[in-house]
Design a protein around this ligand. Structure first.
Ligand SMILES: [Zn+2]
Length: 401
């Protein structure tokens, strides 16, 4: 670690540099204590916990006061940031789920569902209106619980996606891919130049200049970060429900419930995002450095079907996927008559879709990484061989490069 990097560990120093180099006009750090709703402080604490738990050394989490519906990680500073526009989208999506849910109590008769007039306008709405009396699901304890549950799930997924870029060394990989020169790569990752910022969604202009090869590489990185995020979202949701002694013996059912909930969260995020993107052809084929939201949810389900529940339970993963699909289809039909979950999913049948995404799938292994902060091909080979031979692989894995 060079001396500049060593000096870059304090949150105040990071904040100063981020303010100077990363913020657009009128953006600033969000002061959660200035909001009357506790949820901003709670999410800030949750973001910090996730970073501390999943990232080594001294990561920092910040909320940003900005209308952009965005989340980023800055590799050099080990920083993850979620923008308030993203929180607003999370609140809008969670409102829809909370208001149509039938459990623990059905919605009141003639309950207002403001998005049914214009769902796009609802999803684009900013400055969530906490005091609005017509937002009845916020003021009814049972439905508020469902609202909070989805807020937390969506937020965790987004933060874990950013951590996934860090885990899989995507900044270092990008430099190596472009220079093929380790020395140059190390130099390019200078502390004062936050050139490797991964975002959860594309900004208007920043992917327009990608070559065809860079486009596929970029989309592969997003898929890797998504599948990382989903895997740990399932574990997080499992830990949330499986907390005391009396749960002993019910682990399989609880693991299934956790996977089902995580799938519901991912369905909601990508279906809502696709509706926002207008389900246009460029969005569906994903030509701008980001895979389409349709492919992102397919890739998550495919990875889950492939890897199953890991050691959590022996229920087939296909059971969780089919149950969640059926439920999401029903729920989204109740939320919106216009943006059908099934019609959207069937877009994957287009032959162009398969051709394009085969290229991304071929690229994905190059951007995946087994251990945090370590990219060691020899180590991987050793472990793969040991696993193939049915031996227990327990090499002494270093924590960080
Ligand atoms: Zn990303």
């Amino acid at each position: 670690m060079n001396s500049r990097k060593a000096a870059m560990t304090g949150p105040e120093k990071k904040r100063l540099i981020i303010e100077e180099k990363c913020f657009k006009p009128f953006e600033r750090f969000l002061e959660s204590e200035k909001y009357s709703e506790n949820i901003y402080s709670e999410l800030e604490a949750e973001g910090a916990r996730l970073c501390e738990e999943y990232m080594p050394d001294t990561p920092h989490f910040f909320l940003v006061e900005s209308a952009r519906s965005q989340a980023v990680t800055i590799h050099e500073y080990a920083v993850v940031m979620v923008y308030r526009g993203m929180l607003d989208l999370i609140f809008n999506l969670s409102s829809m789920m909370a208001a149509v849910t039938q459990t623990p109590t059905p919605p009141p008769e003639h309950a207002k569902m403001p998005w049914q007039v214009n769902m796009l306008a609802w999803l684009e709405e900013r400055d969530f209106w906490w005091e609005n009396e017509e937002y009845w699901w916020l003021h009814c304890a049972e439905h508020r619980t469902v609202f909070d549950y989805y807020v937390k799930g969506l937020f965790k997924f987004i933060v874990l996606h950013e951590i996934g870029h860090q885990h899989n060394l995507h900044s270092r990989g990008r430099v190596l891919q472009s220079s093929k020169d380790v020395e140059a790569a190390t130099e390019d990752l200078g502390d004062d130049n936050p050139s490797f910022m991964h975002k959860v969604e594309p900004d208007d202009s920043d992917t327009a200049t990608l070559s065809a090869k860079q486009n596929i590489e970029s989309q592969a990185r997003e898929i890797v970060a998504d599948t990382y995020a989903f895997q740990f979202l399932v574990e997080e949701m499992y830990d949330d429900v499986c907390c005391d002694e009396e749960d002993k013996g019910k682990e399989a059912g609880l693991a299934l419930a956790a996977a089902y909930s995580a799938l519901s969260v991912a369905h909601l995020y990508f279906w809502g995002r696709a509706a926002l993107a207008g389900q246009a052809s460029a969005e569906e084929i994903g030509m701008h450095g980001y895979p389409s939201h349709l492919f992102r949810i397919h890739a998550i389900e495919a990875a889950f079907l492939q890897h199953g529940f890991a050691a959590m339970c022996d229920i087939p993963a296909s059971y969780a996927v089919s149950t969640a699909l059926a439920q999401s289809n029903h729920t989204f039909a109740t939320i919106s008559k216009r943006y059908s979950f099934v019609d959207w999913r069937l877009g994957a049948n287009h032959p162009e879709y398969e051709k394009h995404y085969r290229k991304i799938c071929d690229e994905v292994p190059k951007w995946s990484n087994g251990f945090f902060g370590v990219k060691d091909d020899e180590l991987f080979e050793l472990i793969s061989k040991a696993m193939e031979a049915g031996l227990e692989a327990s090499p002494d894995v270093p924590n960080k490069e």
